[in-house]
Design a protein around this ligand. Structure first.
Ligand code: ZN
Length: 201
């Protein structure tokens, strides 16, 4: 297994708009190897998503996977609140485009990032999206609706392709260590934490 170093916040590659992948290069061994290494790096971290800029490659590729073992670690209430009820099989998205679906809600959940280790914040995002993309064989897909937790992961990773980090979008005052986020959301709703943050000080 070959993992790649994960680029950390402050590196300019995380702030650049990543370039489209020329479709005719998708089958190349160079690109297929990069995808394999991104998957291995995500799994080793471990993380549920990784964007190519996070391994120093400003190209529009993301990988996502939420294995059953990660979901089993959550309590039932957390699974329900995060709409993280089903495992999410490994998927590779090349040149993805997303749009929020009209008439659906927005939700606020804790997020962290492998490029900002040790921290978490609350981020509001649309609950349902549509995504179009090429898979690693270069085949076009239109997936709609993507609902709940997978939609959240995809939106976080998509932001990386546009040089955006979750800390740019987090609710003011919600950035904290991931340990404190775990402690303050355990067995209670995110809205209870939001109310508490507003009352602090
Ligand atoms: Zn991230």
């Amino acid at each position: 297994m070959t993992t790649l170093p994960i680029v950390q916040i402050g590196d300019p590659v995380l702030r650049r708009r990543a370039a489209e992948v020329p479709p005719e290069t998708i089958a190349s061994s160079e690109l297929q190897t990069l995808i394999d290494r991104m998957i291995e790096t995500m799994r080793a971290a471990p993380g549920v998503g990784l964007a190519a800029p996070q391994v120093g490659e400003a190209r529009r590729i993301i990988v996502v996977e939420d294995p059953p073992a990660a979901i089993e670690r959550l309590g039932e209430a957390q699974r329900e609140e995060r709409q993280r009820t089903d495992a999410f099989p490994l998927q590779v998205f090349i040149n993805p485009r997303i749009r929020p679906l009209a008439g659906t809600g927005r939700t606020i959940f804790p997020e962290g990032c492998l490029s900002i280790p040790g921290y978490a914040g609350l981020v509001e995002r649309p609950l349902d999206i549509e995504i179009t993309y090429l898979d690693r064989r270069g085949i076009f897909h239109d997936w709609t609706p993507v609902h709940g937790w997978p939609a959240r992961i995809i939106q976080h990773e998509m932001d990386h392709l546009d040089g955006i980090l979750y800390t740019d979008k987090a609710l003011p005052r919600s950035l904290m260590t991931d340990e404190n986020m775990r402690r303050r959301t355990e067995g209670r709703s995110v809205s209870a934490l939001i109310a508490e943050l507003a009352d602090e000080g």
